[in-house]
Structures are given as structure tokens and as C-alpha cells.
Design a protein around this ligand. Structure first.
Ligand SMILES: *Cc1c(COP(=O)(O)O)cnc(C)c1O
Length: 314
């Protein structure tokens, strides 16, 4: 369904880094969330009428789910905690693109829905799914957890793993490291699991870093998906704890530096990824080839870049 995403090279910190361009998977449906939702794209879900998702109104998953729903002819109800009023009046980025694709983006009104006080968005949406759609059967309603953290994600991530092994064979590599920044850790974990389960003569390590709440949090996320530590990616860190979506001057500077490679990266995960990678490269003892996964998300720059500019370009 997708063509194989290309691998290009950049020079970063005097080191050649291979970039797996998952941002170029396809025109309207690409990047990390396209890999995660690939299962829904390639399999028949004949009875499904409505897909229900949730997350931030700026999330890549909102845009990707809207693209998927459009391709499949499904409706999309996407629940968010809050839509900033400026965004409502001036839609931009993922929110704008999702509206264009016909998504219903719904602000949760806990009082009106008589929801108990609960902090977790997924839990809220679980209740909404049970209460708000009596006319749809369980086959007709597809509920995708926040960020695509579910077993289904494995189908597309296995495909990514397969493409990487194929590439390594063509390059005649018997050893390489894959690096990608994590949110929920779903992608890095399933990728490490894929390599661990493959019967191959290539030694592959998945390296990742946390962009949400530190390393302990990320390990907890891994544990929610798998009880087998041999499937856990190697977490690398620069000793700092990053908070998701927060604006850091170093991140902005790193993003501007990365722009000089001629490839546009995104502003939520990639800057942290490359800051940590730079730290790693300056301390490592080996020269194993490194493949960085460009996981898309460029649409989000339409809202993230103005935020950065307002804060730091005075
Ligand atoms: C969702 C996303 C991630 C994080 O993926 P996880 O599987 O949650 O770790 C990283 N980069 C981009 C661009 C994403 O959209």
C-alpha cells in the first residue's frame, strides 16, 4: 500500500547519519502515525462506520486518523480536552488539515456528559464510547487509543523493521543502530521486538530517548506493552528531563541547525532526538552505522514554529 520510504544521508556532528524518510511514505498519510494505523489501512473493516480517537488538538494522530478515515470512507469523532479559541477562529496545522478531511473534533464537556472526575483522556473516551453511541454496534465503531498505543500498531512497525533489514542487506551491513525519539514508546518497542524475533545475521539495536516525562516514565510505558526486557530498546539520555510540547531554546536552535541539512524535521520530537543523539555521538566508543527514523509530523510545524518564533525571535 505504501512504497518503501527512502533512506538518505546527512552529516551531523562530523558523523554520517542515515535518515529513514518515513515522512515521505505517501502524500496524505505518512510518518509515525501512518505506520501505526497501517493495520487499519490494509485490512478490511467492512462493518466500521465510525472511528473514535482522542488526543491533543495539535496531535499528528488527529491528522493521520482523519486521512485514514477519509481513505476508508469512515466518519471520525476525535475527542480533545480543549480547543484554544485562537485555533478555533484561525484553524492551522494538524487541526486545520483534519477539519478539511471532514473530522468531527469534539471538546469534552465533562459536566454535560456527567463524567466522573478522571485525569486520563483515554479513560474518559472509553466511557464516552460506551455511553454516546447506542446506535452503533461494537463492529461498527472502531476506538483507537491515544497516540495509537495498541497491538494493531505492530503490523505497520513490522513493515518498517522489514524495510530497514532489507536496506541493511543492500548496504552489506552486519550491524547497525536505529535511533528514534519516543513518545509512548510503542514504535521503538515494537521495532526492537521485531529485530529480536527476526532470524537474521544482522545485529540491530534500537536506541531511543524520552520526550515525555523522563526515562522512568518511558520504561513504564514499555512495561505496559511487553513484559520481556529483551524487547526493550536502549534508552539514551543527555541527563536532562524534557517535558512534552514545552518550548526550549536549545530545541529551537537544534531545529534551525537541522534545517541546513536540506531536510525539514518536526519540532516536538526531532530536536530532542538530535540533542540526545549529539550527546551520544560525542561519548560513544564505537562507530556503528546509525539510522535515524524521520517520523513525519511536519504539518505540526505550522503551529509549533509560530510559537517558537513568538517566544525566541524578538
Ligand atoms: C507519535 C510520534 C512519535 C512517538 O511515537 P511513539 O510510538 O508514541 O513513541 C514520534 N515522532 C512523531 C513525529 C510522532 O508523530
Amino acid at each position: 500500500m505504501f512504497s518503501v520510504s527512502p533512506v538518505q544521508t546527512i552529516t551531523f556532528c562530523d558523523t554520517q547519519i542515515f535518515i529513514k524518510r518515513d515522512d515521505l511514505l505517501s502524500e496524505s498519510f505518512s510518518g509515525n502515525k501512518a505506520r501505526k494505523f497501517y493495520h487499519f489501512l490494509i485490512n478490511e473493516f467492512d462493518d466500521v462506520k465510525l472511528v473514535v480517537g482522542s488526543g491533543s488538538v495539535q496531535a499528528n494522530s488527529l491528522y493521520s486518523l482523519s486521512a485514514l478515515a477519509k481513505l476508508k470512507g469512515w466518519s471520525l469523532d476525535f475527542y480533545v480536552n480543549h480547543i484554544p479559541s485562537l485555533l478555533k477562529t484561525h484553524p492551522q496545522g494538524n487541526y486545520h488539515a483534519a477539519l478539511d478531511n471532514g473530522a468531527n473534533i469534539i471538546e469534552i464537556d465533562s459536566e454535560q456528559l456527567a463524567l466522573p472526575d478522571m485525569p486520563n483522556l483515554d479513560d474518559k473516551v472509553q466511557l464516552i464510547v460506551q455511553q454516546q453511541y447506542p446506535h452503533l454496534s461494537s463492529e461498527q465503531l472502531l476506538h483507537v487509543p491515544e497516540g495509537g498505543r495498541c497491538q494493531y500498531a505492530k503490523t505497520g512497525i513490522d513493515e518498517l523493521g522489514k524495510e530497514l533489514l532489507q536496506w541493511a542487506m543492500e548496504q552489506e551491513l552486519d550491524k547497525f543502530d536505529v535511533f528514534l525519539p519516543s513518545g509512548t514508546g510503542t514504535t521503538s518497542l515494537y521495532l526492537q521486538q521485531y529485530f529480536a524475533e527476526s532470524e537474521i545475521n544482522v545485529q540491530v539495536r534500537v536506541l531511543t530517548c524520552s520526550t515525555v516525562g523522563g526515562d522512568d516514565y518511558l520504561i513504564k510505558q514499555f512495561a505496559m506493552l511487553s513484559s520481556r526486557p529483551e524487547y526493550y530498546p536502549t534508552i539514551i539520555s543527555d541527563g536532562r528531563k524534557y517535558h512534552f510540547g514545552k518550548l526550549y531554546r536549545q530545541c529551537y536552535e537544534m531545529w534551525q541547525r537541522l534545517g541546513k541539512t536540506g531536510i525539514e524535521f518536526e519540532l516536538l520530537y526531532d530536536p530532542i532526538g538530535f540533542i540526545v543523539l549529539e550527546h551520544y555521538l560525542s561519548n560513544r566508543q564505537d562507530d556503528t552505522a546509525i539510522v535515524y527514523i524521520h517520523q513525519g509530523g511536519i504539518k505540526g510545524n505550522e503551529t509549533m514554529l509560530p510559537r517558537y518564533q513568538r517566544k525566541f525571535d524578538k
